[in-house]
Design a protein around this ligand. Sequence first.
Ligand code: DX5
Ligand code: ZN
Length: 237
Amino acid sequence: MSRDGTRPPQISASVLNADFSRLGEEVRRAAEGGVDSIHLDVMDGHFVGNITMGPVVVEAVRDQSTLPYHSHLMISRPMRYVRPFAEAGSDVIAFHLEADDDPGAVIEEIQRAGRGAGLAVNPETPAERALPYLDAIDLLLVMTVNPGWGGQAFITEVLPKLAALRAEADRRGLDLPIAVDGGVNLETIGAAYGAGGDVLVTGSALYAQPGDLRPAVRALRAAARAGTVATTEGSRS
Ligand code: DX5
Ligand code: ZN
């Protein structure tokens, strides 16, 4: 199923699977490859089992590109870290609905800090729980893997939830970008975009490519527009 192209597919590079020994160069490589934003996966070892980076890393790579930096906070108590991630240079700060702070309060704090407020929802979280916040947020982040690691398989069972959330945002007349995060690659990006995700976060699929990322980014955009429909048995065109 391909969409009418009213929202062009945006490619967001998740650096989680990049070469962390050269993270600045890897951010630059994605930017020069033509991605639309940089996705920084922040994990605290508490909300998710993995630990990755803090504000100091966002600050360290901030000058590598003028693209929007999306900090994806897979952390407990996100309220406490809004200001540090804002000051480190995040343009969008996405936190998890499942974290233990009041989502409305966190959204307000992010916007008070002059940044875009993103709300992330895990695969198991029903769409209904995000509905009260759709009008307030600047980005909805629909997880298609359980958060914590890159290189996982795309959970196609999330697609109906994604489509329902896009339909509701459209019904309300919201200009709401919806990101799809986890397992997005050439095989799954068409279904993700076709179901209503217009910010396609790609980590391992992108950074698996050496050198110039322009061909990979072009291929991902084309595959998004081709809009194949993935089913639970696997993707088919
Ligand atoms: C998972 C991260 C995602 C994802 C990106 O917790 O939020 O950004 O892993 O990596 P790939 O594209 O490899 O799934
Ligand atoms: Zn992420």
